[in-house]
Write a protein of this length. Structure first.
Length: 564
């Protein structure tokens, strides 16, 4: 059952106990190790009503753990009670925030989660519109998640804070609010923390480098209240979500704090040794060893090339030619073209990106966006996501509401019946035209069809934006919809994935930092998120890695850093 584990992984799975950190390199099988440890512990678990909490930071990440448990360790069903496997957000929501949030929010009933990923938020008044972009940091100060969309001098606008407080007292909270109030709940009511420790005496955190200050404070609080078995697994060099308050320094501090019991996993099961040698020059690790016999001895040396933005397709064609020469099949599973800047997506696809202030949606028509996006997703094969968005739109229409939560849908289904509600949604979606036209044309056709039916809906958009197409509106969030022979996406979108070959497209600088300056100044990867983002991109391939940069000076800088 566990014969595929290395000696180091065996220590992680069955020998280590107490509090420890696994500091892993890319491709080391850290998620596989988490799955193996979870399977091993469940196999030998003797408690009926207490379980293991295994958490990660995205649905894709915990689902990968679940998949590996089924494929490699013989557990052919969902992780059973009393254990928990899911995201850290869902753990906080289920066991801390939703049952106890009213104690610290001042609302009279169970809180309602709004805003992404729970549903698009549309505020009725000016200050309300920014509710889902404001939350509180670990020091109880109000801050903006995306500063770029806030009005000027918003910090001096008292109405922002007043609107936030008013909506919180009404019971509405975003996911960031849920995490903050989850922390406050445990700090204010230690018995809740002790009860949670009793319920889950063992905690495993995958991708722990993405932990925020608030999330780490929650983990620390559980430790202070008796949690003795804690495993943090991650790679601080791949921490690329600082824009969402991830703090990789927290992970490295825990590695130092628990150093006597922690472990380094520097065996790369993904890439050739030549690629490992290349990425090690950027890594904070001293050594990364290739151990995959199938690719370890591959003799292709990673290369840096220059591109001309006016003829970017030539660079891509040359890369695909290299793939063919190495007998790599060109398909989205094996070949990836990834980039740091969305402008590459614009050039490759011909789809022009639009800014938030160029969107066509109107504040007094809160369901129009959901209907349009739901139909777009449905037309392009993402049936479940499209259906769920349309459900929420229908709730907003029938209840004259500006928001919709999962609980709202559940209550509506209870009221009208599951089958009748599903039938209603399908009939509604069947009335909508295909999304292969401009948004203006689509709105006109949709309103015409709906007016002839029993659906009383009148969608409106800003007429000045009527020429926008659906790929412009939603394609950037759903790049897999754009048909290509290869996988195409931002570096963030392919984190955790493996390809046979990767082309990494870089500009002169990332957000605010010139790569050449960073490289020539020997800036350490742990000090700069831009370097970590590139690191994630170049650690994806097994055999073929090509980095494309805009000019000779950058080519020299990257070659000097990675290849010498």
């Amino acid at each position: 059952m566990f014969d595929t584990l290395s000696d180091t992984q065996r220590k992680i799975v069955s020998e280590k106990e107490g509090k420890f950190v696994v500091r892993a390199c890319p491709g080391s099988g850290k998620t596989y190790s988490v799955a193996a440890r979870l399977a091993h512990k469940m196999e030998n678990w003797g408690l009926r009503y207490q379980g293991i909490a295994t958490i990660s930071f995205t649905n894709a990440a915990w689902q990968e753990i679940e998949k590996q448990i089924a494929e490699h360790f013989g557990i052919q069903k969902l992780v059973p009670y009393p254990h928990f496997l899911g995201t850290i957000d869902s753990f906080i929501n289920r066991f801390i925030f939703l049952p106890f949030g009213h104690l610290v929010m001042g609302c009279n009933s169970r809180p309602v989660l709004v805003g992404e990923p729970h549903g698009h938020w549309t505020g009725k008044f000016f200050a309300d519109r920014f509710f889902d972009n404001l939350s509180y940091n670990v020091n109880d100060n109000l801050y903006a998640l995306k500063k770029s969309i806030m009005p000027r001098n918003w910090t001096n606008n008292r109405q922002m804070g007043i609107a936030k407080s008013r909506l919180l007292k009404a019971g509405y909270a975003t996911q960031d609010d849920a995490n903050y109030f989850g922390m406050k709940i445990l700090e204010t009511y230690p018995n809740i923390s002790k009860s949670l420790v009793h319920r889950f005496p063992m905690l495993m955190v995958d991708e722990a480098q993405d932990t925020s200050k608030i999330q780490m404070r929650i983990i620390d609080n559980l430790i202070e209240n008796g949690l003795k078995e804690v495993v943090l697994v991650g790679d601080p060099d791949q921490a690329i979500f600082e824009w969402h308050d991830a703090k990789p320094k927290l992970f490295t501090e825990k590695f130092a704090e628990w150093s006597d019991n922690s472990i380094v996993l520097n065996e790369n099961r993904r890439s050739s040794q030549k690629i490992c040698n290349c990425i090690c020059k950027l890594s904070s690790l001293d050594d990364i060893s290739a151990i995959n016999r199938d690719v370890k001895e591959c003799d292709f040396m990673p290369m840096v090339v220059t591109y001309d933005m006016r003829n970017l397709n030539k660079t891509i064609c040359d890369f695909l030619g290299l793939c063919t020469s190495m007998n790599i099949d060109i398909n989205p599973n094996d070949v990836a073209v990834v980039y740091r800047s969305r402008s590459f997506f614009n050039v490759i696809t011909g789809i022009k990106e639009i800014l938030p202030n160029e969107m066509p949606w109107m504040d007094d028509n809160p369901y129009c966006r959901d209907i349009a996006k739901g139909k777009y997703l449905y037309d392009n094969g993402e049936f479940r996501r499209g259906f769920k968005l349309t459900e929420k739109a229908i709730f907003k229409i029938t209840n004259s509401s500006r928001y919709c939560s999962e609980q709202d849908i559940e209550r509506l289904i209870e009221k009208v019946g599951f089958i009748d509600f599903r039938k209603y949604v399908y009939e509604f979606m069947s009335m909508l035209p295909k999304t292969d036209c401009t948004i203006g044309e689509w709105i006109e056709k949709a309103n015409e069809r709906l007016s002839k039916s029993d659906f009383e809906v009148n969608m409106k958009i800003k007429k000045i934006r009527s020429a926008l197409v659906f790929d412009q509106l939603f394609g950037f969030d759903n790049k897999q919809i754009i048909e290509k022979d290869f996988r195409m996406g931002t570096i963030h979108s392919i984190k955790g994935e493996t390809f046979e070959a990767s082309l990494v497209l870089l500009k002169k600088k990332g957000i605010g930092s010139y790569y050449k300056t960073l490289l020539n100044g020997n800036v350490k990867i742990e000090e700069n998120e831009e370097l970590r983002i590139v690191y994630v991109g170049i650690t994806r391939p097994r055999r073929l890695l090509v980095i494309a940069v805009p000019d000779e000076a950058n080519k020299v800088a990257w070659e000097s850093k990675l290849l010498n």
